[in-house]
Design a protein around this ligand. Structure first.
Ligand SMILES: C[S@@+](CC[C@H](N)C(=O)[O-])C[C@H]1O[C@@H](n2cnc3c(N)ncnc32)[C@H](O)[C@@H]1O
Length: 344
């Protein structure tokens, strides 16, 4: 898809779009239960905040794109004294119970594209909010600077909705850039997480948003975000990291990285897939092997890891297929499965 085929919107036009200001979206998640923050984030906000409260007597939670603020109202009703909660949403239709609370909860009507807090937070969440934001990576970068030391960040982010200015998908590139910047991405839950504040300086410049991208994985129409590759020439030399190693044998797979190891037996492995990633502005050009396990986690091994070629060959041999030619792999080939559980 060429950029000329897509009409990119600025923030003002986007925030007036029926895709963003629409009543059909789920703005009513509670704190826990079926339709809830605890369930969709895979973490209970109060469980994250209680140790802070116990230690410091105070803690703060910021929820971006808070919708009606139901989860926040429920948390404020249950939380011990000392918990400060702030919710921000473009639409000021908040849960009426918020107005009966006696302090502790502030609900702000503003766009998170511009809003700026005046304090740090121990927990920052954004539950299915970035799907409707133009500069998703810019909001992410700003919000990561608002964390207190040791604070938790968790936000839904659909990497499939991030594209380069020529329309090319940028999911794998962004996933890699985030990982290199110390920001974790859970591809199954589509959640970006981080502990402690950081400056996220990605070589990408926001170009605009497409509100006609159609439904995303939630089934609701969402917004695609476009970025131009940016070469500043000021990126510092990378700090040498311990080399990874990967071994595939009768037991399963073992990945080592310094003192960190990832181990999975054959009955725990789900699939292994190979891809080539090229992004010239960030000097990225290598092969990656994504190894998925049955309980939903994955690990990625780059082609500079010791044993990479042998591991790919061993996966393919055990799957009964020829190993792909690593020298001719093209980024456009996407994910090439080299092994898959027989029942998948
Ligand atoms: C799917 S709802 C989720 C609401 C809430 N987090 C929940 O789970 O119940 C997405 C929310 O993002 C808000 N939103 C969209 N763009 C925004 C922006 N630029 N700034 C602040 N809120 C925004 C919408 O108004 C909507 O309430």
């Amino acid at each position: 898809m060429a950029l000329t085929a897509v009409r990119l919107l600025d923030d003002e036009a986007l925030e007036r779009s029926s895709v963003v200001a629409n009543n059909a979206m789920n703005r009513e998640r509670g704190l826990d239960g079926v339709n809830s923050y605890a369930r969709d984030l895979g973490l209970h906000p109060l469980d994250r905040l209680r140790p802070r409260l116990a230690e410091h007597g105070a803690a703060a939670w910021l929820d971006l794109c808070c919708g009606q603020g139901r989860a926040l109202v429920e948390a404020a009703g249950q939380a011990p004294d000392g918990l400060e909660i702030v919710g921000v949403d473009l639409v000021g239709h908040f849960d009426q119970r918020a107005y009966a609370l006696n302090g502790g909860l502030t609900l702000v009507t503003a766009s998170i594209a511009q809003w700026q807090p005046d304090r740090a937070f121990d927990l920052i969440t954004c539950v299915h909010g970035l799907h409707y934001v133009g500069d998703k990576l810019g909001v992410l970068a700003r919000a990561l600077t608002w964390l207190s030391p040791g604070g938790t960040f968790a936000a839904h982010l659909d990497l499939a909705s991030i594209r380069l200015a020529d329309g090319a998908p940028a999911a794998r590139l962004v996933r890699r850039l985030l990982r290199e910047a110390g920001v974790a991405y859970d591809a199954r839950r589509r959640i970006v997480t981080r502990t402690g504040p950081t400056v996220l300086d990605l070589p990408l410049e926001y170009a605009g948003a497409d509100d006609q991208a159609g439904p995303n994985y939630t089934g609701q129409p969402a917004v695609d975000s476009y970025y131009r590759p940016l070469r500043t020439g000021t990126r510092p030399d990378p700090v040498p990291v311990p080399r990874r190693s990967v071994v595939v044998d009768d037991q399963g797979v073992r990945v080592g990285h310094g003192t960190w190891t990832f181990e999975a037996d054959w009955d725990e492995l789900s699939s292994a897939a190979l891809s080539r990633i090229v992004f010239t502005p960030a000097d990225v050009d290598h092969l990656e092997l994504d190894i998925d396990v049955t309980w939903g986690e994955f690990t990625t091994v780059s082609s500079d890891a010791d044993g990479f070629t042998e591991a790919v060959a061993e996966f393919a041999r055990r799957w009964g297929r020829p190993a792909p030619d690593l020298t001719t792999l093209d980024p456009a080939d996407g994910h090439i499965v080299v092994w898959q559980r027989p029942d998948e």
